[in-house]
Design a binder for this molecule. Structure first.
Ligand SMILES: Cc1cc2nc3c(=O)[nH]c(=O)nc-3n(C[C@H](O)[C@H](O)[C@H](O)COP(=O)(O)OP(=O)(O)OC[C@H]3O[C@@H](n4cnc5c(N)ncnc54)[C@H](O)[C@@H]3O)c2cc1C
Length: 552
């Protein structure tokens, strides 16, 4: 490249996608500038759930415990509970463990929840603070708050990004090898590439289909007013004011969301009206102090037509918009960054082949379509339910209506909030860098996950004899697992990796449990913990490694 470069990758946007990408790149020594137009962090809680797979990535990156320490107190239950109104009848409840219990329970689970980490219920604003601290501690990463990207160009040999400073109007032109737009739903980067979203928007539902209005508030007396056991997520189901509320810190902060009528605009709602909406869901009044307000649209199932053009990539909300049911938007954004991070780094370091970067769109667009479709199904199950007329009547008919409604939401809660199949079961079948072995993976299902080492999916998890997670033993780049009591030789893989300059860690795991789980003597695991290949001999080692690293 002839032009001077300011860094190797410019990341546009410092939400979860951009921050994780900067961390993945920076940890690999790739010089990265992250432009974020906001000067100060968002103080709105936004997403409420970090899925188990995202927690496993945070563990791989070394900060899962920091994230798990955030949000609710360690012993606060993460129940999901449904009420007619928060101080009235409880209809249904799905009890889930506290953060402290989750750490212990995960070591005892098998089958669908065979994992290194369980989900963590925490507001996105707390997670982002951890991600920002992690990113800013990496010498190769330069975070630039207050800088807005105004133009991005692919010059053929690199990228040029024009940026403008929020306060003083200062301007710079930055040059790099690649740029990534992680700039959210409005994505100026996506728009500048000329790509739109494809799918559904403007779906109308009784609830979770339309304009939503949210307040983040403080109330020191709310818990005293709630007559039911504590929960993480409180839903109000009635014909007047449907809503959900998440506990933010387990003490005095809450995040309340309700749907506006089609003729209402968030800007026109006074704080007094906002409080009145909350009081309707509470069926009482309370002292509350509004910290922040927000509005958003429910009813999107949108995926961008393209995730890349030349040297400019897109990830996160810039390429997929969800209805937040299932809690998948931020988590899918993180996995985009994980997928793209190692591929960009490998390409820049020279060991990634020419097909590697193209596999990003192939792999992640399919997952975006899958995950947005799952979220849509949850929104239908929740939002198309019509509360019976007599639901709040203090009568036998009212009691019967509450029983029926409770049955629906007891089922719904398990459908929407027990989703190991979605979080662990995403697959990259058909990817050019996955070497299929002719086996057929278990069917995709939201609520169950069948661990499988069929190439293209997450490497099945197991706890090692010394108490460590298998994932803690894997290398940061490629890993060759030698599985079983009499491991096949790794020599051919070591030699091929050396010849191709591919960083490869070899890990032997003895024991029949591992052999039964992986059904092969040798397994090649990618840096994002996806099985690239499995087999019983190393005779094709060079061809396997070439293909998995994007060489044709
Ligand atoms: C109420 C609500 C609840 C939700 N609940 C969940 C949940 O439980 N689980 C879940 O997974 N998801 C949830 N989501 C979705 C989640 O918040 C988003 O999917 C997530 O923030 C996407 O991350 P991102 O990094 O792609 O984009 P964003 O978080 O939008 O970050 C993009 C960043 O780019 C910056 N930017 C934009 N333009 C420029 C520019 N020109 N130059 C520089 N910077 C720029 C923005 O300031 C922003 O910081 C929820 C969303 C809402 C609204």
């Amino acid at each position: 490249m002839s032009e001077r470069q300011d860094c190797e990758v410019i990341v546009i946007g410092g939400g979860p996608c951009g921050l994780i990408l900067a961390i993945e790149l920076g940890r690999r020594g790739i010089s990265t500038i992250l432009l974020e137009e906001r000067n100060s962090p968002v103080r709105f809680p936004a997403a409420n759930a970090t899925q188990a797979r995202t927690m496993e990535h945070y563990r791989r990156l070394g900060f899962a415990e920091k994230v798990r320490a955030e949000g609710l107190p360690p012993d606060y239950p993460t129940d999901i509970a449904y009420f007619t109104r928060y101080t009235k009848h409880e209809l249904a409840r799905f009890s889930l463990p506290s953060a402290r219990a989750a750490r212990e329970i995960v070591k005892t689970l098998s089958g669908s929840w065979s994992a290194a980490e369980l989900p963590h219920r925490v507001s996105q604003m707390f997670v982002e603070a951890v991600l920002r601290a992690e990113a800013s501690a990496i010498p190769a990463v330069s975070l630039r708050p207050g800088w807005r990207m105004v133009a991005v160009r692919d010059t053929g040999t690199g990228v040029e990004v024009n940026a403008e400073h929020h306060d003083d109007g200062g301007r710079v032109t930055l040059r790099a090898a690649y740029a990534v737009g992680a700039d959210g739903g409005g994505s100026p980067t996506r728009k500048s590439l000329g790509y739109g979203y494809v799918g559904e928007s403007g779906v109308v539902r009784d609830f979770m289909g339309g304009k939503m209005f949210a307040i983040h508030f403080r109330s020191s007396e709310l818990y005293r007013l709630l007559p039911h056991p504590r929960a993480w997520m409180y839903w109000a189901v009635n014909r007047e004011r449907r809503a959900f509320m998440a506990s933010v810190n387990g003490r005095d902060e809450f995040n309340f969301h309700t749907q506006l009528r089609p003729d209402q605009r968030a800007e026109d709602i006074s704080d007094a009206q906002a409080k009145a909406m909350f009081y309707e869901a509470l069926a009482a009044t309370a002292n509350i102090e509004i910290i922040a307000r927000s509005s958003w649209n429910a009813g999107y199932t949108l995926v961008a037509e393209k995730f890349q053009r030349g040297r400019v990539f897109l990830g996160g909300d810039a390429v997929h918009l969800f209805t937040p049911t299932g809690g998948l938007g931020y988590n899918t954004a993180v996995e985009d960054a994980v997928n793209l991070g190692w591929k960009l780094a490998a390409t820049l370091k020279g060991w990634g082949g020419p097909a590697l970067l193209d596999s990003y769109e192939t792999e992640r667009q399919a997952i975006a379509k899958r995950n947005t479709a799952y979220a849509r199904g949850f929104a239908d199950s929740l939002g198309l339910f019509v509360p019976p007329l007599e639901l709040e009547d203090e009568s036998p008919a009212g009691e019967a209506a509450r029983q029926r409604t409770g049955d629906h939401f007891n089922d719904h809660a398990r459908f929407e909030f027990n989703i190991p199949g979605i979080t662990f079961g995403g697959r990259y079948d058909g990817s050019p860098i996955v070497i299929a072995d002719g086996t057929i993976p278990p069917p995709d299902a939201a609520n169950s996950y069948v661990p499988t080492a069929c190439p293209g999916g997450r490497a099945p998890h197991l706890w090692l004899g010394d108490g460590r997670s298998l994932y803690d033993a894997l290398g940061f780049e490629f890993t060759l697992l030698q599985v079983g009591a009499k491991p096949a030789s790794a020599a051919a893989f070591r030699a091929a990796a050396e010849a191709l300059n591919i960083p490869l860690t070899v890990v032997a795991i003895a024991g029949q449990e591992a052999r039964d789980l992986y059904e092969a003597d040798l397994v090649l695991i990618r840096p994002d913990q996806i099985v690239a290949w499995r087999g019983d001999t190393a005779s094709d080692a060079a061809a396997v490694l070439r293909r998995a690293s994007g060489h044709r």
